[in-house]
Design a protein. Structure first.
Length: 204
């Protein structure tokens, strides 16, 4: 089990293997960043469930699975605000919110591992399919550069490929959360490939 501060954000999904820049301006989250920097620099970013607007200033409901990572860059501004860069490294499942005297929320959670099928070069075909579908989609959207294509083709590991592509390309918040919560890597890759195919059909 781990204990982490959480940063609830609407419509945002934080995947492992990705970088997330954030501008921190609310008092409670400025305190969270200051405390995190003084400890282990770690925090979780969790999505807010629909209907959060009515209780945003309090404790609106959050999803049970979130992305966690480390503050790898931090610039404190003269206003007291922060620009930070988070590096995602794991999924977590939130088990309980802890009582605290801080302005921000703190949870007890467990780290979730990808479920990878056994076998030689597992999921290589599924990984290649997702990569190819993403390249075709970006090409159809006019967003494929040689540098992006090289980065996509050189990514290693099915979990890395799935998370980086989902983070960069999938716009729907509900689907992003679903992909974050899917631990079975084969199912995640198949779901992602289907979504990319659907998006490609819409722009073709």
């Amino acid at each position: 089990m781990v204990v982490l501060p959480i940063f609830p954000l609407p419509g945002l999904t934080f995947f492992p293997h990705t970088l997330l820049p954030l501008h921190i301006f609310e008092t409670r989250y400025r305190a969270m960043v200051s405390d995190s920097l003084a400890r282990d620099r770690r925090l979780a970013v969790v999505g807010l469930k629909p209907g959060y607007e009515a209780t945003y200033d309090g404790k609106p409901a959050v999803y049970g699975v979130a992305g966690a990572g480390e503050i790898i860059q931090c610039d404190r501004l003269a206003t007291g605000r922060f620009n930070i860069l988070l590096r995602g490294d794991c999924r977590i499942r939130i088990h309980a919110e802890l009582p605290t005297d801080t302005l921000y929320r703190v949870v007890r959670a467990s780290v979730l591992e990808d479920e990878i099928p056994e076998g030689h070069e597992p999921l290589s075909r599924e990984t290649q399919r997702v990569t190819a579908a993403c390249i075709e989609l970006l090409k159809a959207q006019g967003q494929l550069s040689p540098q992006v294509e090289e980065a996509l083709r050189s990514a290693r590991g099915p979990g890395v490929v799935a998370d980086q592509i989902a983070s960069a390309v999938i716009p729907d918040p509900g689907l992003r959360q679903e992909l974050l919560e899917t631990l079975d890597l084969r199912r995640r890759l198949e779901r992602l490939a289907g979504a990319l195919d659907d998006m490609l059909r819409q722009v073709s």
